[in-house]
Design a protein around this ligand. Structure first.
Ligand SMILES: Cc1ncc(COP(=O)(O)O)c(C=O)c1O
Length: 462
């Protein structure tokens, strides 16, 4: 019997958590069930999701940054339908297909002058793996530096560059010589570079885990130090790239010209996984140095035509909607409104970010009763206060938010770039309501505590 999607979804409706418990990652199912986040989502459009009861959810995660264009964007759907209907000669392999060339042309054209070539990948982590390999080949050195709090994906090479504590444990030894430097500390970078064996510094222009930023002076100094030491600057723009921060690439803000740029997430249009490493002709030729090395780096699905079509349609839609500008304008407006909340609620200690990548940090308030309540939750586990905010945002207001990293009191907002004023209204009203409760008395903390007892207190961010 041929696979019938509509029938299957109907017949197997509601089995999702049982199947994941039995066959996939049971702990993910446990976490989501403990938090009461277990829903059967049936549809997504723009910034919204719907469950099987017809309830609507405002999504500020956007699939961890994938849905820059929102979900189910008609332009991407049409392009993908066309691609399938055209019976394209996909993955011929012994071929140089047009669409990969066209997407490379589009990406290279949007980068600075030194970026001349593109190597495709299937994910953000794979793009980072490509960057590590090519940086090593180009410099003839092996050591790779990364920043504390960094996140570059969870394949073993990218994992070696993870600046947190939890992700690496149990998987070592990872990439030899990988070394962490404090984010934003040019002196520490200079000290590592003095050894003369560094291939590259891989770094996010704005760190995803916590939405940490560094000033322009740091970026310029870091670039100068790296180049003086013969090392490469790799801007991991998997999350920040393709308009997220109100620039096409976030590093543009600092007037720097990275030797390598990685992108993924938003380029997919929310449909087909795709990643890319962008770099110079010279660096690509350090790997593909002769005809005998034509296949020295490759990946079976990397130039998959559906991914190329999704990427091309995504970039065309960005242009049509002037989405980079829209992200900057909407982001500025949202930041201003969040700062308005900060003035009213002492629990908010910082609002930061750029474009549609915003961190909302909570900190120890000064008024005594509030201080006590905050401390009690924090004593149970660091970061628990923010879980106590995220839960009622979801359960009371059906607004999906995330804690930005383990053990931190930061909500990271990563909404679709097509975000509207009305969607900001919903988000701000929900935050206002939950924060008013948190400031008023202990009931929010008690109800969150009840929900968290029995497991969620142990739930880490993800
Ligand atoms: C900066 C950065 N690099 C790499 C990755 C890994 O991407 P993927 O999950 O597609 O492997 C991520 C994912 O969040 C990221 O934010």
């Amino acid at each position: 019997m041929p696979f019938d999607l509509t029938r299957t979804l109907k017949e197997r409706h509601g089995e999702n958590y049982a199947l994941h418990q039995q066959l996939l990652n049971p702990q993910l199912a446990n976490v989501l069930q403990t938090l009461g986040f277990d829903r059967f989502y049936v549809r997504g459009e723009g910034s919204w999701l719907w469950d099987d009861h017809g309830e609507r959810y405002l999504d500020t995660l956007a699939g961890f940054g994938v849905f820059a264009l929102g979900r189910s964007h008609p332009a991407i759907k049409t392009a993908l339908h066309d691609a399938i209907d055209a019976d394209l000669a996909n993955l011929v392999q012994l071929d140089c297909a047009l669409l990969a060339g066209l997407l490379a042309e589009q990406l290279v054209a949007r980068a600075h002058d030194g970026i001349e070539r593109c190597v495709f990948a299937n994910s953000g982590a794979e793009a980072v793996e490509v960057a590590i390999k090519f940086a090593r080949a180009a410099t003839g050195r092996s050591r790779v530096l990364y920043a504390d709090h960094a996140y570059h994906g969870l394949t073993t090479g990218a994992l070696a560059l993870n600046g947190g504590k939890g992700f690496k444990a149990g998987f070592g030894p990872l990439l030899p010589g990988a070394a962490m430097v404090p984010f934003g500390d040019a002196a520490a970078l200079a000290a590592e570079l003095r050894r003369g064996d560094v291939a590259a510094f891989v770094v996010e222009p704005i760190q995803g885990k916590g939405v940490h930023t560094a000033p322009t002076a740091y970026w310029q100094e870091a670039q100068a130090l790296l180049h003086a030491a013969g090392a490469l600057l790799v801007a991991d723009e998997v999350q920040t790239g393709i308009g997220r921060t109100g620039r096409f690439f976030a590093h543009e803000e600092h007037g720097i010209s990275p030797d390598i740029i990685t992108v993924a997430k938003a380029l997919s249009g929310g449909y087909v996984p795709v990643g890319a490493m962008l770099t110079s002709d010279k660096i690509v030729r350090s790997v593909h140095s002769s005809m005998s090395k034509a296949l020295k780096h490759s990946s079976t699905f990397s130039r998959n035509q559906l991914a190329m079509v999704a990427g091309l349609a995504t970039l065309a839609t960005f242009d049509d909607l002037d989405l980079v500008t829209h992200a900057r304008v909407q982001g500025d407006a949202l930041l201003a409104r969040l700062r308005g909340l900060q003035e009213r609620y002492e629990l908010i200690s910082d609002v930061r970010g750029a474009g549609m990548m915003i961190g909302l940090e909570f900190g120890l308030p000064s008024s005594p009763p509030l201080r006590r309540r905050f401390r009690v939750l924090e004593l149970m586990r660091k970061g628990l206060f923010t879980q106590a905010i995220v839960l009622p945002l979801f359960h009371r207001h059906r607004v999906i938010t995330q804690v930005a990293a383990d053990d931190v009191n930061i909500i990271k907002l990563l909404p679709p770039l097509v975000w509207s004023d009305e969607e900001s209204d919903v988000l701000i009203a929900a935050l206002d309501d939950v924060l008013a409760d948190a400031h008023r008395d202990s009931s929010l903390f008690f109800s969150a505590g009840r929900q968290l007892v029995g497991g969620a207190a142990r739930v880490r961010s993800f």
